[in-house]
Design a protein around this ligand. Sequence first.
Ligand code: HEM
Length: 236
Amino acid sequence: MSQHSQAGASDWQPAQPGEQRSPCPALNSLANGGHIPRSGIASRAQLVSAMVQRLGLATALADKLAKEAIEKFGKPGDGGEQVLHLQDLCQPGKLEHDASLTRQDAHVGDSAKIDPALVEQLLALSKNGQTLTLDDLATAHQIRMQQSAQGGHVVPPKAGLVGTVEAALLYCVLSRGEGISLADAREFLLSERIPQGLTGHDISLAQVARRAITVALKGNLPMCDAARRAKDALKK
Ligand code: HEM
């Protein structure tokens, strides 16, 4: 089956008082859709199943992400098993990092909350006005790294590394062959809702890693168009 199952749009509901969310658009979308508990407290098995069924990740990749998250942040849940509290992911410097595409750095603002102006900055980088390509994401990542470094701020290299992996995950999950449509990007990043009928499936660690390397190289090598566009955008 090339399309993984999707819940109807009516199942989506933003976080209600007392429900936890994180700086991750994917985990928040899963909670908003009820694919993991809306409370924002989820077990490893719940995380894995939602990432496989709703985002199209291969089980091995989903399990690796969930296992690492639970190992780092897990707390005993009601049934005794370890659970992830989404709000724990907001702690700066653990997994949360500088130079996010859609959130401010912790040293200048709220690093857990979506900054709509940053989302618009990202969407405006679409070269063809319709989709975000991997090149566009490389430009976006490079711009955010430079913006974060402004004023002499030292951006930890880990922030750059994790940022390229997140951009790659975003691309693998949301692209439909020709890139990520701006409508899908807006829905996922601003409303934190999983777009209907995503086509990615069995997305592996190798696929994500290849794209992360592409994002890093294209954004940093001066002869690449993505790096040149970032440089030009920052001059304006
Ligand atoms: C258990 C699994 C996961 C955990 C624990 C996790 C955790 C996080 C955390 C802590 C951040 C914030 C980093 C920052 O400061 O920007 C983040 C960002 C992000 N995550 Fe996840 N994540 C998971 C799975 C996924 C998946 C499957 C996707 C696929 C689309 C994804 C996409 C993203 C993206 C695109 C960002 C960057 C947002 C931005 O730069 O503004 N994550 N994630």
